[in-house]
Design a protein around this ligand. Structure first.
Ligand code: UDP
Ligand code: MN
Length: 332
């Protein structure tokens, strides 16, 4: 079993936060497999020290610097940067079998049983269920497969510009060939599907094993109030506050102490005093990512359309405060 591993990827310090919470959640549920993370040179030295504490194997991959055909592929298809970095997981041939997991996933139960599955096993994508979602997949490292994937990337690119399009084109028999390669949806439960089929979520969501914070807004983009131990904006986020809450709970209780120890955040001194941690949290946010630009103004029809599609701007135009204002104005 030492030759099997969970593998994730983080190309910058922001995604490292996700990788750390993921790694920590796998440990929490007593995995017996190795934990491996692929990082790029952009990840800071201090963050690497923290990764060393959670992962068994921290690998720096630099596609641009490599001598192999990945570099050539990247020169021909510069838009595939992160995708080609993800493909590097096939080069980890010291492992006989791996489970790749996006850095924005969170484990809720032991999932070592995934290693009984064969390449390529994955769960359906909620947007197009004839495609698998590439946030969680079982695979077998192999240089031959790696090179074949790169060839396909060079020749055809990716129909969605990312790894999911490329991998679905490569493992194109997935939708029809072998039902054993279809992972149950609970191994990659995305926040979008919670909105789109609420009764199913109510019926089966309790069996969730992995949640995937798919989409633009990631857990680390929210603000967490350490004093009340709640994610801000939680009241509006009716559908999955418990998962966000859990992510932040692991982050503050298990990861922040490590970040402090490794000098990423200023001393969280004497235990984890509220003030000190709040300061630390905001500090990491600043270090990790500049604030995203404000969203463009959209018409109310467009907003309504997005709302109906489940794309609710909880923090902005559709925030609870704004909705309440609108309701109040109708009532008056
Ligand atoms: N990723 C990364 N840096 C980036 C973007 C993505 O390391 O700037 C990695 C990370 O592991 C992430 C995965 O690629 O989880 C896929 O991207 P993401 O999860 O953002 O896509 P989504 O699942 O929302 O489609
Ligand atoms: Mn993801």
């Amino acid at each position: 079993m030492a030759d099997e591993a969970f593998v994730t990827l983080a190309t910058n310090d922001t995604y490292v936060k996700g990788a750390l919470v993921l790694g920590s959640s796998l440990r929490k549920h007593h995995t017996t497999r190795k934990l491996c993370v692929l990082i790029t040179p952009q990840v800071s030295g201090n963050m690497r020290k923290v990764l060393d504490k959670v992962f068994d194997d921290v690998r720096v991959v630099d596609v641009l610097d490599s001598e192999d055909s990945a570099r050539l592929a990247l020169m021909e298809r510069p838009e595939l940067g992160i995708t080609l970095t993800k493909l590097h997981c096939w080069t980890l041939t010291e492992y006989t079998k791996c489970v790749f997991m996006d850095a924005d996933t969170l484990v809720l139960a032991n999932i070592d049983d995934l290693f009984k599955r064969e390449e390529l096993s994955a769960a359906p994508d909620p947007g197009w269920p004839d495609c698998f979602n590439s946030g969680v997949f079982v695979y077998k490292p192999s240089i031959v497969t790696y090179n074949d994937l790169l060839d396909l990337a060079k020749q055809k690119g990716s129909f969605d510009g990312g790894d999911q399009g490329l991998l679905n084109a490569f493992f194109c028999s997935w939708p029809t060939a072998d039902i054993h390669k279809h992972l149950p949806f609970v191994y990659n439960l995305s926040s979008v599907s919670i909105y789109s089929y609420v009764p199913a979520f109510k019926a089966f969501g309790g069996n969730a094993k992995v949640v995937h914070f798919l989409g633009k807004k990631k857990p680390w983009n929210y603000t967490y109030d350490i004093k009340t131990q709640t994610v801000k904006g939680e009241a509006q986020d009716q559908f999955h506050p418990e998962f966000l809450q859990l992510w932040w709970h692991i982050y503050t209780s298990r990861i922040l102490p490590l970040l402090t120890e490794c000098g990423v955040v200023k001393d969280v001194a004497v235990g984890l005093k509220a003030e000190a941690v709040t300061e630390a949290v905001s500090q990491i946010s600043i270090v990790a990512a500049a604030a995203p630009p404000p969203p463009p103004q959209i018409s109310s029809e467009e907003r309504r359309e997005r709302w109906e599609q489940g794309q609710v701007d909880y923090m902005g135009a559709d925030s609870y405060e704004n909705i309440k204002k609108k309701l109040d104005s109708y009532l008056q």
